[in-house]
Design a protein around this ligand. Structure first.
Ligand code: PGA
Length: 271
């Protein structure tokens, strides 16, 4: 695996300083016009301190391209794509390559969101290829992992989450923990209004942290940011983001309104 420095080393320094990441996943919402209006409104929020909060927004591909073109996104917001092709280039109708995403100025990409795993039916092997190709294109993958309620009730959290990490990260060597972000998103908490309890989050994040250390080595596995996602909103974010094992949030529904998203950013700055 190629080593990517620059922004990466800057981010790992920030993580050591207890940096929080606030990531907004817009899913299949917002036309180009709506996306521009959103950022015009978000731009009036007070920018967070760069050493305390990193903000990333994941619009759909269409809005992502348009936003890059008009420069309508505040400088303190990084952009990412919600998905990426598993191939580099070629006859893959409908797919968008890592380099195409990178060409918009986007820096991050969601990989293995539960809606892609469970609704679209993406396989773990496919997700592994997406992750490797994204790293090669200097995109930072936000690898989403998490168990269904059925799996949790059957006591299979470790089996499921470790399995997702093992396949996605198989043979992946990083030179810096900032090249990767992991998001723990229990499927039963996504879009349901029922967030995981602090205890459940801490337990899962500790398991993930130890497993990342085994897979990537102690130093790198210890410095990969781990976000929590699943029904995060302004009312519960201070308590979740304040947990020692939580490096930030991946937020769906509550990221769609600029006022709520600005509130989440402010909370992350204060914890
Ligand atoms: P939610 O979605 O915040 O609407 O639960 C989280 C996600 O899907 O990343």
């Amino acid at each position: 695996m190629k080593s990517h420095s620059g922004r990466g080393s800057q981010m790992s320094r920030q993580k050591e300083n207890n940096m929080k990441i606030v990531a907004g996943n817009w899913k299949m919402f917002k036309t180009i016009e709506e996306a521009r209006t959103y950022f015009a409104e978000l731009a009036s929020a007070t920018p967070p301190q760069a050493d305390k909060v990193r903000v990333i927004v994941f619009p759909n591909y269409i809005a992502l391209g348009a936003l890059a073109e008009t420069g309508s996104v505040p400088a303190w917001v990084l952009l990412g794509a919600q998905d990426v092709a598993a191939e580099v280039e070629g006859a893959f109708t409908g797919e968008v390559s890592p380099a195409m995403i990178r060409s918009t100025g986007a820096t991050h990409v969601l990989i293995g969101h539960s809606e892609r795993r469970h609704i679209i039916g993406e396989s773990t092997v496919l997700l592994h290829r997406k992750l490797v190709n994204s790293l090669e294109a200097s995109l930072i993958p936000v690898l989403c992992v998490g168990e269904t309620l059925e799996e949790r009730n059957a006591g299979k959290i470790e089996e499921v989450v470790f399995g997702q990490l093992d396949t996605a990260l198989s043979d992946v060597r990083l030179s810096d923990g900032a090249q990767l972000i992991v998001a723990y998103e229990p499927v039963w908490a996504i879009g349901t209004g029922v967030n995981a309890t602090n205890e459940q989050i801490e337990q899962a994040h500790h398991l993930i942290r130890e497993h990342l250390k085994q897979l990537l080595g102690t130093a790198i596995g210890g410095s990969v940011a781990i976000l929590y996602g699943g029904s995060v909103k302004p009312a519960n974010f201070a308590s979740i983001a304040g947990l020692p094992s939580v490096d930030g949030g991946l937020i769906g529904g509550a990221s769609l309104k600029p006022s709520a998203f600005a509130e989440l950013i402010e909370i992350a700055e204060q914890v």
